[in-house]
Design a protein around this ligand. Structure first.
Ligand SMILES: [Zn+2]
Length: 312
């Protein structure tokens, strides 16, 4: 039996009520469809086992850095931003006794707690050899992306992917990694049968895959090649000038402190941005992108270098 109250409720929901609700939903949807989709990219490089801040008598960097502070900073940004990617450009290992005693366990565990989305491999990540690296991999919940090392003849065969695609509100972000030539930088027995492949050729191939079959709207390279060399040695600037289709190179190895990302014209005329934020977790790099909800075209809205210090 239908009571008067039920009848009223049903009528309201059945007609005017639903229309009003539907109208509101449509308006909100329409507004949302016009709003740009935001993406915040946070990045580090060459953290070199710096778990704690530099000591107060630590010279130039006294009191700076520290993974607990970085974690708090990242947590705060995540609480305010819907879409965050946290990336690292290698040389996580080596530099403090934490590495000598625990072999990188702490670094990977803390990065996992901070929810890093991906890293690449630096030369120092081979400092305990392939076995040392392999032992620590289970402590990392994030992937190591590397397109130009071939591990197929080593115990690490099949453990790394060249790239990963992340999707945020329908925007597809392709992230791939490039490593530096290991011979001469790392003891031969530490990298064993790992084969170094030409970064320009591998980048060209990977970008074609990411822009093509993977339909990426933004392509990011995590590079441990180094920012700039006067010699012919490949670096981030030369890579940007030789390979089209990379939006952003997040670099490492040269411990370069950049105040703002540097644009380099790629062969197709479009700019590739390069950024690097020093070393040891002194700074956290932040780039905020906005994407058109219709075309998914990316634009850099702002870039900043966030110092990791006690106040934060
Ligand atoms: Zn390095």
């Amino acid at each position: 039996m239908t009571t008067r109250r039920d009848f009223l409720r049903q009528s309201l929901l059945g007609t005017a009520g639903l229309t009003v609700l539907g109208g509101l939903a449509n308006t909100a949807e329409a507004a949302a469809a016009k709003e740009p989709i935001k993406l915040t990219i946070l990045h580090t490089n060459d953290m070199h086992s710096r778990i704690e801040p530099f000591p107060d008598n630590g010279g130039q960097w006294a009191g700076l850095g520290g993974m607990a502070r970085r974690a708090a900073l990242i947590k705060d940004i995540r609480s305010k931003e819907a879409n965050v990617l946290l990336l690292d450009s290698g040389d996580i290992f080596q530099g403090t006794p934490y590495f000598n005693f625990f072999g990188g366990e702490l670094e990977y565990k803390l990065m996992s707690e901070m929810k890093y989305d991906a890293s690449t491999l630096g030369n120092h990540d081979f400092d305990n050899g392939l076995d040392g690296l392999m032992r620590q991999l289970p402590n990392a919940t994030f992937p190591f992306l590397i397109a130009n090392y071939d591990f197929s003849k080593t115990p690490l065969a099949g453990r790394f992917a060249p790239y990963k695609v992340f999707e945020k509100q329908g925007v597809r972000i392709g992230v791939f990694g490039l490593g530096i030539q290991l011979a001469g930088l790392v003891g031969d027995k530490n990298f064993g049968a790992t084969e170094y492949l030409d970064p320009v050729a591998k980048a060209t191939e990977t970008v074609a895959q990411l822009r093509g079959a993977e339909k990426c709207d933004l392509v990011i390279c995590l590079s441990h090649l180094g920012y700039k060399y006067e010699s012919a040695k490949i670096d981030d600037r030369k890579l940007a000038a030789q390979v089209s289709g990379i939006d952003l190179i997040l670099g490492g190895h040269t411990h370069t402190f950049m105040d703002a990302p540097e644009p380099i014209a790629s062969p197709d005329g479009k700019p590739t941005l390069i950024n690097q934020v020093g070393w040891s977790g002194i700074n956290l790099g932040r780039l905020d992108y906005e994407f058109s909800p219709k075309t998914k075209r990316a634009g850099l809205a702002s870039a900043s270098v966030v110092p990791v210090r006690a106040a934060c």
